[in-house]
Design a protein around this ligand. Sequence first.
Ligand SMILES: *Cc1c(COP(=O)(O)O)cnc(C)c1O
Length: 428
Amino acid sequence: MSEKTGFNTVAIHSGAQPDPSTGARATPIYQTSSYVFENTDHAADLFAGRAFGNIYTRIMNPTQDVLEKRVAELEGGKGALALASGHAAQLIALHPLMSAGDEFIASNKLYGGSINQFNHSFKKFNWNVSWAEANDTDDYKSKINDKTKAIFIESIANPGGIITDIEAIAKVAEEHHLPLIVDNTMATPYLCKPLDFGANIVVHSLTKFLGGQGNSIGGIIVDGGNFDWSMDDKYPDLSQPHPSYHGLNFHETFGGMGLSYAIACRFLSLRDLGPAISPFNAFLILNGIETVALRMKQHSNNALEVAKYLEKHDKVSWVHYAGLPNSDYRKHADKYCPNGTGAVFTFGLKGGYDAGVKLVNEVNLFSHLANIGDAKSLIIHPSSTTHSQLTDEQQKLAGASKDVVRLSVGIEDISDIIGDLEQALSKI
Ligand SMILES: *Cc1c(COP(=O)(O)O)cnc(C)c1O
């Protein structure tokens, strides 16, 4: 669609057209594992990368293709690769860049699951993470060395109400010729577009706000098409003839289209590691995306109202929501997320651990579970659940002290959301 096409129109139409054989208006679920070749030459061309086309659903699928085109356009990227989960997206995003012994730098304020993935599972590949203080550019700089291959941050960090200074960190990355990868899950492209601020790659857990209804796990990688993979010898999978792909040089062949990285993620990393998204999940998430702007507006408005309500409540000691006028991140919020700061935040209860447990037990409308980004309001008390295995000190460092409650404010009517918190807080 044209540069001027509005966000909602792109969210509803991009990548899709009525099905050419049936006229179906909704994108069909192409529930097939494989595709018939036209003839032997066609098959040979597909396998050699001389022609583009469907071979096998581990590598591509027409339902998945619409999802990829749509998210790529919403983010302002050149292309995308949908995957089985947000964690699969992070794995596949780093795979073409990293070899055993390499390093990457990550913000120390990330989703807890990502911290685990980087600290433990990636270590088994000898991919070594070093953690930088989320918004301290000097800390990122001080950790860069010859082995560093990428920088990884979140736009809005899950869950501390932190907004990362994407442009400042992108500058550090550019000075050292490193790609900046931004996890944009909490913001969605409606609230923040990291590529506009110098990021090179965007990843999402589609499970959260893009899908929006808590019904499917999925992930995606968006290629900004704005990184020169051949400038030095740092990224041989992209800049050298590839031994596992008929000697294809990905950047030489596809760099002009801005797609060399997305294509390498698909034809090397997804092909060999295998976390493909199911066509059914791609379909459900695609339908969710049609309403993402409406939902994110309502999520952000509701979250701000709830944050303001809690701030004044006498049983609440603090509220960390970047949308509040007195938030430490107000300046970053205005710059990076002018349309709102999302649904997820934490607050502290004066009554500590027992009050947190009691609150979670007393809410009715809020669901007690470990997810975010559902249309439904969600609540969790990290110290008695997701972070219960950590010591007091570790809980504190992770922003999960005994008094902390995390909300993912849904899109129900605000009077009902606040009414539920009101009646539950009155019982503490
Ligand atoms: C949930 C989440 C992930 C992981 O995504 P899955 O789809 O659960 O694998 C990664 N990053 C952020 C910010 C998340 O919220």
